[in-house]
Structure formats: C-alpha cells, structure tokens
Design a protein around this ligand. Structure first.
Ligand code: PLP
Length: 380
C-alpha cells in the first residue's frame, strides 16, 4: 500500500477560520478594514503591547523597516548570505549595500564575531535572520548594536513564537519583522507584521504602507512622503487572526515532532556517515524547520539525488537556502565563491525535512527510516 505524499510543510486552517473568512467575504468590506485592525491589536498584545502594523508581505515589512531606520544609498547593512533572498534584496531596494558575513556552522545563523569585525563607518544597521526560528544571541547582538550606535532590523520572518531569555522575539528588540507567508508558523496566506519602538514609527509605516497618504476629517488628504502599496486585506487578516489562538499549540507540536526527529536520526546509518542535525534547542526556537546537512564526501549521490530518493518514497523536502551571494545579480555586484565557506557548504548540502503541526508521529518515523535507508544504500 502506498502512503499519501508527505509535503515538507502544509498550513493548518481550522473550520472556524474558514467560516470567518466567508463572513468577511459576505460583509461588503474585503480589503484593509476592521479585520486588519483586530489582527494588529492581537499581535500587539502578543508582543507585550508594542505598536504593530500588518502588511501584505514579510518583504514589505523589511523594506519599510529599513526606510524607518533611515537606511539609504551609501549605507551598509550587515546580514547573512544563508537566508531567503528577500532579506538582502530589500537592502538593495533602498539603495544600500548588503555586507554579508559567514554563518556559524552549528547555529547556521550569522557569526556575531564576524558581524562586529564587518562594521565600518558606513554601517547603518544590522539585519539578523533567525534561520528555522532559532534566534542569535540577542544579548550580544544588542550589545554590539549599542556600542556602535547601529539600528537593528530583525528578520524574524521564521521566528513567530520563538523566545530569548523567556521573552518573545518581537516583544524585545528594535524593529522586528515577521512574515505570514503560507509556509510560516502562523499564516495569513501572504502577509507580514512589523513591530515598532513607538507610535511615531508606526504612523510613518502607515504612510509608507499606502502611498504616503494621511487623511484628515471627512474630505482631507495629504501626501508628504513617498509610499507604496503594501496594505493587507481583511480576508488575509481574518486568516491570521484565526491562527493566533492556535500558535502555541502549533509550535508545541512542531517541538514534539523535532524531538522525534532527534530520536530517529541520532543513531543509525545517517549518523554513522555524519549527517548533521540542527542544534538541540528546546527553549528558544519555534521549530519552524528541521534541517539536516548531508556529508559532502560520504554519499555517492548529490543533494538533488537525495531529494529525488525521498520523493520516490513519497516524502517532500526543501532547500533553505542556496546562498545569496552566488546568485547572478549578486555576483554582478562583486561577490564570489569562497567568501563565506560555512554558508556555501550549507547552501550546497542543507535539506529541509517535513515538519508541520498536522504531521503524525508516524510521519516522522517514516522520514527517518527513509533518510537512514538512503544513507545506508548510497554511503561511500
Ligand atoms: C519568508 C521570509 C521572508 C519574506 O517573507 P514574505 O512574506 O514571503 O515576503 C523574508 N525573510 C525570511 C528569512 C523568510 O523566511
């Protein structure tokens, strides 16, 4: 009997949320309105009362955060090359220069020693990414930022529900950006949220969000800054709102599944040939992803072959991420192979295994069995 295909991720949307979306569609108000306001209020409460605004993507939130921080042409922003390309595209989008530093091979996040070394008089901001939901050392990050008088724009796209020192990512920090893309731990189909330090930043973000417009009275309107079109729809906001009460349970389930992955992969053929597992962390991360790293010289098939073997066994997998600095656009800016060896190795060999709240324990067992079987068969 063949089992149904197991994707590497899948959103969980309950019936109450689906019914709520239908209500919004029937309400006569489907774009930004009361649902967006309710979603923002729920997010603000989640982040300890800090001001929050919702946007139509986690890319828009990053770009607007850079604008609010005053990052512009001539400025440098330090970030990681091992992330979704949005992270550095937005730096280019505002006319600034991305400065990549290599990652720590264990945490897979940028190495804070290298961050500090990369600071120049042109550095305006640091843009950390919490890959798979695992935060960097936040105390050190903010110590560096304070000592060098730098803004921090946190790309916490993957870190909804992650914590540091018992406090939620987003409830602490400078400008903190989240994504609610369909694959993230909390989704609004597409969407994002930005957490601010004060009401002035939030007001400016509202202008950047919608064509720079400020409205006054019944008929007044002015435009004093250049804004774009980044508002979230009420339909999307209703999906996000419906996810909020489930987030803790979603993340707890992800954590339980991650524990099962460690149990299934800590010994056996995969471990024997040196397949690397994520850092064992059951306090800070929301387990957005469970990523293994294939040993480059111990397998007779490459990563694509490995993923094809998983697929043949009915198992989906993903690559998060190919390194950014080796994309054609970034090479044309002068980046080249060999600059960030840890990130480059991970970019070649990292594989994201299935992990989402709707998975059964038996699904993890099946993936571990497949990983071990492929490693046993193709080891060299
Ligand atoms: C998903 C993601 C983004 C972008 O979010 P979108 O909502 O897809 O625009 C940015 N950075 C990281 C690390 C992400 O995972």
């Amino acid at each position: 009997m063949t089992q149904p295909f197991l994707p590497f991720t899948r959103p969980t949307i309950d019936d109450a949320t689906i019914a709520g979306v239908v209500d919004v569609l029937r309400s006569g108000w489907i774009t930004s309105g009361p649902q967006v306001q309710a979603f923002e209020a729920a997010l603000s409460e989640y982040f300890g009362g800090r001001p929050v605004r919702a946007f139509n993507s986690g890319t828009a939130t990053l770009e607007i955060a850079l604008r609010i921080a005053g990052v512009q042409a001539g400025d440098e922003v330090i970030t990681t090359p091992l992330t979704w390309v949005a992270t550095s595209n937005v730096i280019l989008e505002v006319g600034a220069t991305p400065v990549f530093v290599d990652v720590d091979p264990v945490t897979r996040n940028f190495d804070l020693d290298l961050v500090e070394k990369a600071i120049t008089p042109k550095t305006r901001a640091i843009l950390p990414v919490y890959l798979a939901g695992l935060p960097v050392d936040m105390d050190r990050l903010y110590d560096i930022a304070r000592r060098h008088n730098l803004r921090v724009i946190e790309d916490a796209a993957q870190a909804m529900g992650s914590t540091w020192g018992g406090k939620r990512i987003g409830a602490i920090g400078d400008l903190v950006s989240f994504s609610f893309h369909a694959n993230k731990n909390l989704t609004s189909i597409e969407g994002g949220a930005l957490v601010f330090n004060n009401a002035d930043e939030a007001r400016l973000a509202e202008k950047y969000r919608l064509q720079g417009v400020t409205r006054t009275g019944f008929d007044g309107m002015d435009v004093d800054v250049l804004g774009g079109k980044y508002n979230l729809t009420d339909v999307a906001a209703r999906v996000g709102l419906g996810q909020m009460p489930h987030l803790a349970a979603f993340n707890a389930r992800r954590t339980a599944l991650a524990r099962l992955y460690f149990d299934g992969l800590r010994q056996g053929p995969a471990a024997a040939i040196g397949v690397e597992l994520p850092p064992v962390n059951f306090t800070d991360t929301n387990w957005h992803m469970f990523q293994i790293v294939l040993p480059e010289h111990r397998l007779s098939l490459d990563r694509a072959g490995f993923m094809a073997q998983l697929k043949e066994r009915g198992i989906g997998s993903g690559v998060h991420y190919p390194v950014i600095h080796l994309f054609t656009l970034y090479r044309s800016l002068g980046f080249r192979e060999g600059q960030f060896p840890h990130a480059e190795r991970l970019g070649r060999s990292i594989v994201t295994l299935p992990l989402f709240p709707g998975m059964e324990d038996a699904d993890v067992a099946r993936v571990c069995e497949a990983v071990n079987a492929i490693c046993a068969h193709y080891q060299k």
